[in-house]
Design a protein around this ligand. Structure first.
Ligand code: PEP
Ligand code: MN
Length: 341
């Protein structure tokens, strides 16, 4: 249920309604818009008689939210969320490009790749330190040593950094090094992990599970937001279909669908979607043309030698060309490409 307060109503009226809800045992999530405040009420709301609240001072209307997702919905927060990751704004006017290797392998590999993607205009550096590998025999990541390199590269290159968290016990140590905590497709329904991320105050990049519906994905974001962490970025990364030619099938329609249903920033990852380098550029162009707030792309300074996901990693030159193409597409409908100063 949401309670829409009247435009420009007083703070006293808002606090009075919130106090009444809290006294009755409900969780209240406040969304303060530029001229209107909306209160999201979570709990056994079926017991509430809406008239009781409709009659309170400053209340415009009481709306039952029919969708199962609440805090991620536009009903609770009509205005788009802009997530601030170390000064990089995601969900605002710019298309933000996040790029880097699948996994951090060495100082040389990470810094070389970071330099190249930064020069081309990427503002967020990606790199996995804990890797969810399909095979237990594959390289599992450098762990904390990798995160230290990632932070150092981000600082030197003036980039925000994103890395995947796989379990609750990794969160605390990661907070020191990363600006965005990534939840991978395989963990989208790890509800204990999501709830734990609701307790931190750092942006979370939530990838769509490979067989998750849009509703399941938004409900996963609710686990984070209901803990009070509202800085969630959604990332479409391809879903499993009957098609076997590509690694996954990019669900491009998820971009405008999420844009309508939710205020959360939506980005997409063409690399894991298609799994082949030669198809990453056209998909990235389609992603920004569809209105995404950003793209997440795997780039490696020497993809043939990559430990992980080399065949889907762009060469730095290809990435630079892609950035030039995005700079042509993006202004034609909405935004600038971040990094274009
Ligand atoms: C990744 O981005 O490194 C990754 C493992 O992606 P996904 O969770 O989408 O498979
Ligand atoms: Mn990868």
């Amino acid at each position: 249920m949401v309670i829409v307060m009247q435009k420009h109503t007083s703070e006293i009226n808002i606090e009075h309604v919130m106090a009444e809800l809290t006294t009755r045992g409900f969780d209240v999530h406040r969304s303060t818009g530029s001229d209107q405040t909306v209160l999201g009420v979570v709990g056994k709301v079926d017991d509430i008689d809406p008239r009781e609240f409709e009659l309170m001072d400053g209340v415009q209307e009481v709306v039952r939210v029919s969708e199962p997702f609440k805090l991620s919905s536009r009903t609770w927060k009509p205005e788009k969320t802009v997530v601030n990751a170390r000064g990089v704004m995601i969900g605002g006017d710019d298309v933000v490009v996040m790029a880097g290797p699948c996994t951090i392998e060495s100082e040389h590999q990470l810094f070389e790749t970071a330099r190249r993607v930064r020069r081309a205009g990427a503002r967020v550096l990606r790199g996995g330190a804990y890797k969810p590998r399909t095979s237990p025999y594959a390289f599992q990541g450098m762990g904390i040593e990798g995160l230290k390199l990632l932070r150092a590269a981000g600082d030197e290159m003036d980039m925000a950094v994103v890395s995947e968290v796989m379990e609750i016990s990794q969160i605390e140590a990661m907070l020191e090094y990363v600006d965005i905590l990534q939840v991978g497709a395989r963990n989208m329904q790890n509800y204990n992990l999501l709830s734990a991320l609701g307790q931190v105050r750092k942006p979370v990049l939530l990838k769509r599970g490979m067989s998750a519906t849009i509703q399941e994905w938004l409900l996963a974001s609710e686990y984070i937001m209901s803990g009070g962490n509202y800085d969630v970025i959604l990332c479409e990364r391809g879903i499993r279909t009957f098609e076997t030619y590509t690694r996954n099938t990019l669900d491009i329609s998820a971009i405008p669908v999420i844009g309508k249903l939710s205020h959360l920033p939506i980005i997409a990852d063409p690399s894991h979607a298609v799994g082949r380098r030669d198809k990453v550029m056209p998909l990235a162009r389609a992603i920004v043309a569809a209105g995404a707030d950003g793209v997440l792309i795997e780039v490696h300074h020497d993809p043939e030698k990559a430990v992980c996901d080399g065949p889907q990693s762009l060469y730095p030159d290809q990435f630079a060309r892609l950035m030039d193409e995005l700079r042509i597409i993006v202004p034609s409908y909405r935004k600038r490409v971040k990094g274009e100063e």
